[in-house]
Write a protein that binds this ligand. Structure first.
Ligand code: DAH
Length: 357
């Protein structure tokens, strides 16, 4: 009995089927399919070799070959489909919109609203404290004449104290010259003029607002900053009333463990004058770098109104007495929130701003 040319067919078929399953690239699978069942494939040459067989044997071998070929064709077709589906899935995954894509291109409701900045919030809180103590709140112009910013406050043109509030002048020494106000103290003059005009003394008022100096910004100073000015004009006021207001405010705004102290100072528009300091909020009075180991931080100035100022606005200093104070709103925010560098307030970095929403 001669050996059948299909002797190895079952083995060969199994090998081909295993190989088909192992393909992961559709292109390579198609190439292998052409080589396996196409014109010059192993199946074609086996088919040709059957011609030498006896008719009966040829018929049996023919159907055996047909069966093997059918198995292989089915295996190729199903692997082809599998690989095509996998390729489609990958494309879909690549095209899928990620959450980040949607955020930048569509509106998400509710739309995040902005919020007042730290300085605005601090100003409101300071106003609230003073309103609770019986003060009114008002504002004055940010652009002043030399007279309001200096002269009516007993700071004549050549006075060395001008150096404290140095600024840009349009024409130095001209009482009408215009300056961006360098402190909120000129609002005292506006308040007193108004009260004289409308015959409405006494005055209990605070005046918050923006101020400007030609300072170079550093960790504790900004060229554009904010102050809140306080003015009380009444009968029989003493330095003790001023100290009481400052201490009450300090504890109300900063907390019961923070207190105030007044140190002798000089301001041309008050006599006596004092520097107003509070317990350092960073070290709670222990002494640290921020307060130069003193345990105290300067917040502003204050004092009893100088008779020269009363005279400038036409108030009789024999009948009326007064005190005033002024301090930095930005400095209050810095102390309350432990902000190491004040310049962070103007840099518009949302990561910083968001903390105060
Ligand atoms: N205006 C002063 C400044 O900017 C602060 C100040 C000192 C205000 C004494 C006052 C005061 O009302 O009485 O440095």
């Amino acid at each position: 009995m001669s050996t059948s040319p299909l002797e190895n067919l079952p083995h060969q078929t199994n090998e081909i089927l295993a190989t088909i399953q192992a393909f992961t690239s559709l292109e390579e699978l198609l190439e292998a399919e052409a080589a396996t069942i196409g014109k010059r494939s192993i199946f074609s040459s086996l088919q040709r070799s059957l011609g030498a067989l006896e008719p009966d044997a040829r018929r049996d071998a023919g159907s055996q070959l047909q069966e093997a070929r059918r198995l292989v064709e089915v295996a190729f077709a199903s692997r082809r489909e599998e690989l095509a589906r996998l390729a489609r899935d990958v494309t879909l995954a690549e095209d899928r919109l990620e959450l980040g894509d949607v955020v930048v291109s569509s509106v998400r409701w509710p739309v995040a609203a902005g919020h007042p900045g730290l300085i605005a919030t601090t100003q409101r809180q300071l106003e609230d404290v003073f309103v609770a103590m019986g003060f009114n709140v008002s504002e004055g112009p940010e652009v002043e004449s030399d007279w309001y910013n200096f002269e009516a406050l007993n700071i004549p043109p050549a006075h060395p104290a001008r150096g404290l509030w140095d600024t840009f002048y349009v024409e130095l020494g001209d009482p009408e010259t215009v300056v961006l106000r360098t402190h909120t103290s000129p609002t005292q003059i506006h308040q007193m003029e108004e009260a004289v005009r409308t015959n409405s003394l006494p005055i209990h008022a605070v005046m918050p607002g923006r101020c400007f100096r030609r300072d170079t910004p550093d960790a504790r100073h900004l060229a554009t900053f904010h102050q809140i000015e306080g003015l009380v004009v009444d009968r029989g006021l003493s330095f003790a009333d001023l100290a009481g207001v400052i201490e009450t405010f300090t504890r109300a705004y900063f907390g019961a463990d923070i207190s105030s102290r007044l140190r002798p100072g000089f301001f041309p528009f008050t006599e006596p004058s004092a520097e107003f300091e509070i317990t350092c909020t960073i070290c709670r009075g222990e002494g640290c770098r921020t307060c130069s180991q003193t345990g105290w931080i300067e917040l502003g100035g204050c004092g009893m109104l100088d008779p020269a100022v009363f005279e400038a606005v036409g108030i009789d200093s024999d009948e009326w007495s007064g005190f005033a104070f002024g301090f930095g709103i930005d400095r209050c925010a810095q102390m309350r929130h432990h902000i190491a560098d004040m310049r962070a307030l103007t840099e518009n970095d949302v990561r910083f701003l968001r903390q105060f929403s």
